[in-house]
Design a protein around this ligand. Sequence first.
Ligand SMILES: O=C(O)CCC(=O)C(=O)O
Ligand SMILES: [Fe+2]
Length: 247
Amino acid sequence: MPPKRKAPPVTASRKRARASSSLSPPPSEPAEQPSPEGRVTGFDQFRVPLLEGDVLYIPDFLPPADAEGLYAALAALPDWHHPTLRIYNRAVQQSRAVAVYASSPRTIKYSGTEIRAHAFPPVLERVRRTVEARLAQRFDVCMLNRYDDGGVYIGRHSDTCENLIIASLSLGAARSFVMTPRMPPRAAGGEGEERRRELEARETVRFTMQDRSLVVMQGKTQDYWKHEIPKERRVKEGRISLTFRQT
Ligand SMILES: O=C(O)CCC(=O)C(=O)O
Ligand SMILES: [Fe+2]
């Protein structure tokens, strides 16, 4: 199998960008205006080079002062739980803990189960305001994911296209984000299956999500790409992602 194509330009340029960025926008910046296109604009230098995908990786998105104590405060929220999923008719408890918040009371469909969304707690509301102002977008739902160490992962999936824009803020341990192209169904099965695996491996894009960074997925990304956070056994620290969604 050919080696997975890494995306060194993404990682390398982000390292350079990190030193210089001060990410609280000046109040005059146009980011305060809602974006008419329904997509995040103005971050072109952070675009991940993907065919038919619109993905941004923005390092140092949250200033260190805003991130101080945030991991611990979020980890202490009372709403975390490990959903029980039905896999091949067996009940399996997910290793990743989740907590869901929404601006109005509702339940959220999630991997075949329903999760009750809570009201945004003040600590999360502050982050939401920062993300909304910087991206010039509104987010009405936030799903938190907690990966206590590198053994906790999220399998390869696409999110539903009801999520117009997903903005995922990372806190804690650096983890890999792996994007694999979605293949048409006819590419699978028999000999096609082997070819599909080969193409997937060749086109796979991988980058590292650092503490305080933001990944944005929008446009047709979910139609053309799957994403995952694979197990990385050497990672001993926890990571929390705040996945802001538009529903
Ligand atoms: O943890 C992340 O950054 C992404 C999680 C994810 O893909 C999801 O919640 O759908
Ligand atoms: Fe996802």
